[in-house]
Design a protein around this ligand. Sequence first.
Ligand SMILES: [Zn+2]
Length: 87
Amino acid sequence: MPTAVLVHCEDCSYEETFDSLRAARMAVDDHERATAHGLDWYIGGLSGGVERAAADAGVCGREGCANPDSPLLDREAARSTGGSSTK
Ligand SMILES: [Zn+2]
């Protein structure tokens, strides 16, 4: 299932749809750098904070990295840094 990403600029009438996050991010980057406009983007009909979180988390370029609230991660970290070698 392709991801449809709508990029929309509130400061001008720029609006374009991309079929990949990467292409959309590049377009947003480009437009913001060239015009200093503020763009919104909507992924697959979603809107709100989801795409912003995705944008932030997307820095590393891997979707799997975008999960900072996983309780498993915390538990693993706590266990390995706790120094409790009770067995
Ligand atoms: Zn613009």
